[in-house]
Design a protein around this ligand. Sequence first.
Ligand code: FAD
Length: 421
Amino acid sequence: MDPHIIIVGAGQAGLQASETLRAGGYEGQLTVLGDEPHLPYHRPPLSKAWLAGDMAVEQLAMRAEAALERKNITIRTASPVAALDTARRLVQLADGTQLKYTGLLLATGATPRQLPGQSSGSADGCKAIRVLRSRDDASAVSDCLRRCAEHGLPVVVIGGGFIGLEVAATARKLGLPVTVLEAAPRLLGRVLAPVLSDWYATLHRARGAHLVLNARIAEIHPVNDHIAEVRLADGQSYRAGLVLVGIGVCANDALARAAGIACDNGIVVDACGRTSAPDVYAAGDCTARRLDDGTLLRLESVQNAIEQGRAAAAGLLGQDKPFTAVPWFWSDQYDKKLQIAGLSHGADSWVVRGDMHADTPFSVYHFRQGRLAAVDSINSAKEHLAARTVLTMPVPPTPEQVGSADFDLAAFAKAAQAAAA
Ligand SMILES: Cc1cc2nc3c(=O)[nH]c(=O)nc-3n(C[C@H](O)[C@H](O)[C@H](O)COP(=O)(O)OP(=O)(O)OC[C@H]3O[C@@H](n4cnc5c(N)ncnc54)[C@H](O)[C@@H]3O)c2cc1C
């Protein structure tokens, strides 16, 4: 059979892989199948600049159609894949079409979790109850915000994670009353140091958002087509023209699981993006990457989708290029840009550099058993870039070095690189 690589999922990882395949000299048939009606677009602005009205819809597109044509990349939109047969190397579309592959990449992303009984997005559901993942979700959220502004309705955000807080910040920028309901005792508790969670709580409160921590949701119910009510276990209730449910995502691994490919809260891949099935790779939010110590790592970020997309494409070309880069991520809320380098899980001590209480850049350094694990920087691109370098070094700075008044991370990185050269 002539070479035919099929990519399922026309998002960040799928597009990246298709471009890396072409750049790497692959000249065979290449088919990218996406279930959405749009060509690949940037998701991050959907909760930030685009939602705030600071960006045109055309700017969401990752590539112009002509650029894709020049690279001979055909993307079939509105073409959901229904099943895989890895023994016969077949992909079956929902319309029954069967396509044969020589190499397959699964880049199916993730789906927002919903609360029990929630019916967001369904045609007969209350239009005020929403999740935010796709361009179409974002259009619906934007319509709700417009209605809120027109009818003086408040916004309720369930979940004090990145997407929820970004929507909260955007709604506040639009002048809407906002309540954030977070089940945990602090915001962004899974990723940030307690001191930075507190800083975010102060920031949101200072900008006028009402935060409820330790919130137990008892019920969400429609009041009418455009208004919903959220009731908490303590009896408190909130009516809103937008109830944005931002409580995390689940990896889209159902196709892979049904085909017998190993999955564990995501499609299990190695550092090169290989799955348990021959010539089947996976990349992006749908994956759980096996690390050297045997644990699985799930990341949901643009960088991860790009790097895994590249690694999987290299694998499909027969060249192993494992993704081992330091993970990084960003979030924009109000005029504050958070940039995270490294992985902070298991951190047991923290050092803050800079003044968190002044309106100036600062960073929080996470240490795990005395070793630098991650650096979270607020409005400090320089510190973030230096952190990405330093975290790859065999001997990163100690808590004592970071804590000293004259410490400079960029200078440390430069000196360490010079010494290693
Ligand atoms: C609102 C929002 C804000 C974000 N902000 C940031 C940020 O600030 N920084 C950051 O690093 N990351 C951010 N992210 C996360 C980032 O966008 C994702 O990590 C990234 O898009 C993952 O890329 P992916 O290709 O794995 O998945 P996706 O981009 O989700 O692409 C997967 C595609 O596959 C399609 N698909 C699924 N199943 C099938 C099927 N059976 N057949 C065909 N197609 C299928 C999906 O519909 C989707 O179009 C944000 C995400 C959202 C939603």
